[in-house]
Write a protein that binds this ligand. Structure first.
Ligand code: UN1
Length: 508
């Protein structure tokens, strides 16, 4: 642990605020690993007064950063990507230690950070506006994209570093400054990332407050971000109730928001699909990150003709799931993030039973004799249900997978869409008519709809986010950058005369 902290420039006690200098004199918090309950380090939160100082500096830094040419801002992001490459092992390990995901997934998360930096470097030369023909003689219409301001980034524990990077890499090339409030469950990884950004900005001679950090409670520090008009855009990743709260506060002051909230990922397994592809995609989608991705597979909708064979094969995989210390390569599943998450999972399983579902496997807390004392380990749960059970429509942020059957593809699509969340979905089929229907306007209503690959593991090149209670926001690739900029439309007259639009005449 000491080596990991040292490699990332951290110590046993770390201050949780940064805006050019490290500050923090609020409550001290001991960060404990879900792997074995061991203390990792202390973090000192910021006070509201310190928050004000950080935001003021981050806001002031925008005044000069927005004037730096975008391709030059891209050079900073290139260096950030290089620095992340150098720290990939240590940062991936810290992610695993702090929130418990398998090391391979921690490394994958850092790879996502590197990928979005590469994407953003190219983007820094492609912040294109359009020109349009004017209806007036010798006039021209054009649009430009300008920097927006301070972007408040509020992130969740499950992707403690990648979500910051999706927002930050785009925000930086767009000329914005970033004020990050990470989950209180994962402050160490946030400090590590901010240190990396600090070094890069200092090396270039830019104000390091361009990437600022505030660690504190959501209800206190988070709400200061949500209500302050100096924060032009709030990008929030978290629960549906959390997003409802953030959305209201930000809208109240006519700020902008990107909301990335709950999911309830479903995979349709057609009788015309490849069973091996289905099994692997679904298994990883359900147990990866111990079922704590917003893209996790939570529902499987299987054609009734292949259901018994599919269920038995999946059950076999579940029974053999290697669970344990996520730093060891042989373990596919680590702990849940904390005991609260374990209790939530157990309560959901009781509800499944009470509502008439059948638990086929899992939901057993691993006993201390297994050598995993102190951690938050539990076996993943597989349950057979009717698609209409109320609990199936809720997002339980844990490895609980519901199996249900269908007869017609239309029925399967209706089941897939019949929940209030709309993030990620998939179909496993080799029938083109089925897959095209699934991708059509009559198909999946989610922001992500995949064919022959699972619900999780989206690449950074596409826009990431979803519909309905998922919040409608988009981050990451494609043209998601537009949310981080201010669009300006201009009419330019080079006729030497006055001509009004819409044919209006003005005789003086
Ligand atoms: C999340 O769970 O909040 O698509 C993000 C995926 C990852 C990101 C998940 N690239 O599973």
């Amino acid at each position: 642990m000491q080596d990991v902290l040292k490699a990332l420039g951290m110590s046993d006690s770390n201050r949780g605020g940064f805006s050019g200098e490290w500050i923090g004199s609020g409550k001290a918090q001991a960060v404990v690993s879900p792997i074995d309950g061991a203390k990792l380090a202390d973090v000192v939160n910021v006070t509201p007064a310190e928050f004000e100082a950080v935001l003021a500096r981050c806001h002031a830094a925008f005044a000069s950063w927005k004037l730096v040419p975008a391709p030059k801002r891209g050079e900073v992001v290139r260096a950030l990507g290089d620095e992340l490459r150098r720290h990939k092992e240590a940062l991936g390990m810290l992610v695993s230690l702090e929130m418990g995901k398998a090391l391979r997934e921690g490394l994958g998360e850092v790879q996502e950070m590197i990928d979005i930096c590469d994407f953003a470097v190219g983007l820094s030369r492609q912040l294109y506006g359009l020109t349009m023909p004017s209806e007036r003689r010798q006039h021209r219409l054009q649009e430009q994209w300008h920097p927006l301001g301070v972007v408040g980034v509020i992130t969740a524990f499950n992707f403690p570093v990648a979500v910051w990077s999706w927002n930050t890499a785009l925000a930086l090339v767009c000329g914005d400054t970033v004020l990050w409030k990470p989950s209180s469950k994962t402050p160490l990884t946030a400090i590590a990332c901010t240190r990396i950004a600090e070094k890069v900005l200092r090396d270039f001679g830019y104000d390091p407050a361009i990437c600022s950090l505030v660690i504190g409670k959501g209800s206190e520090i988070g709400d200061l971000i949500n209500t302050d008009p100096r924060v032009a855009l709030v990008s929030y990743t978290g629960s549906v109730p959390g997003g409802r709260h953030v959305g209201k506060l930000v809208q109240e002051r006519f700020g902008r928001h990107i909301l990335e909230l709950g999911g309830n990922g479903a995979v349709i397994v057609s009788e015309k699909g490849d069973l091996e592809i289905a099994l692997r995609s679904i298994y990883f989608g359900a147990i990866g990150t111990s079922g704590q991705r917003c893209t996790s597979t939570r529902r499987v909708i299987v054609h009734e003709s292949i259901y018994p064979a599919f269920r038995d094969r999946l059950l076999d995989l579940y029974r053999k799931t290697p669970i344990g210390d996520p730093r060891q390569d042989e373990n596919l599943m680590g702990p849940l993030v904390d005991q609260g998450a374990v209790e939530t999972m157990l309560a959901a399983i009781e509800t499944v039973k009470a509502q008439g579902g059948k638990v086929l496997f899992g939901g057993e807390k691993l006993p201390p004799t297994s050598g995993l004392t102190g951690g938050c380990y539990i076996t993943p749960c597989l349950a057979e249900v009717s698609g209409n059970l109320p609990i199936v429509k809720e997002e339980t942020f844990a490895p609980v997978l519901y199996l249900m059957t269908y007869r017609t593809i239309e029925e399967a699509i209706a089941l897939q869409n019949g929940v209030s969340q709309g993030l990620s979905s998939a179909i496993i089929t080799n029938d083109q008519r089925e897959s095209e229907l699934f991708l059509s306007a009559a198909g999946s209503d989610c922001g992500l709809a995949n064919v022959n690959t699972g619900t999780s593991g989206a690449e950074i090149g596409g826009a990431f986010g979803g519909e309905k209670e998922t919040g409608g926001g988009r981050e990451s690739g494609s043209d998601a950058w537009k949310a981080y900029m201010r669009r300006q439309t201009s009419a330019i007259n080079f006729s030497g005369q006055v001509e009004l639009a819409q044919g209006i005449t003005l005789e003086l």
